[in-house]
Design a protein around this ligand. Structure first.
Ligand SMILES: [Zn+2]
Ligand SMILES: [Zn+2]
Ligand SMILES: [Zn+2]
Length: 89
């Protein structure tokens, strides 16, 4: 299978996993989330684009942290926001 991953994803050699299974932003405002993503630059865990607040993509844009990993149990993939690149690991 040909890898379509970008340089950001290829530069990751150890995937960061969530410290807590919760969105750190939603917890502060008492909101809910659907799925969780862990930022591969700072290690923070935030909610996905199916969640009302979309904290993971907002954080990626605001902080220029391009790559997230799924924080859902059993899911093993990385996603780069600026390149719209997806890669399983
Ligand atoms: Zn990228
Ligand atoms: Zn959130
Ligand atoms: Zn980050």
């Amino acid at each position: 299978m040909e890898s379509q991953s970008c340089l950001h994803i290829r530069g990751i050699d150890a995937v960061k996993h969530p410290k807590k299974h919760e969105c750190e932003e939603c917890v502060k405002i008492g909101s809910r989330w659907v799925h969780l993503r862990t930022c591969q630059t700072c290690g923070g865990t935030r909610c996905c684009d199916s969640s009302p607040n979309r904290h993971a993509s907002k954080h990626a844009r605001a902080s220029s942290h391009p790559v997230v990993a799924s924080a859902e149990p059993g899911e093993r993939w990385l996603y780069c926001f600026p390149d719209d690149a997806y890669s399983e690991y």
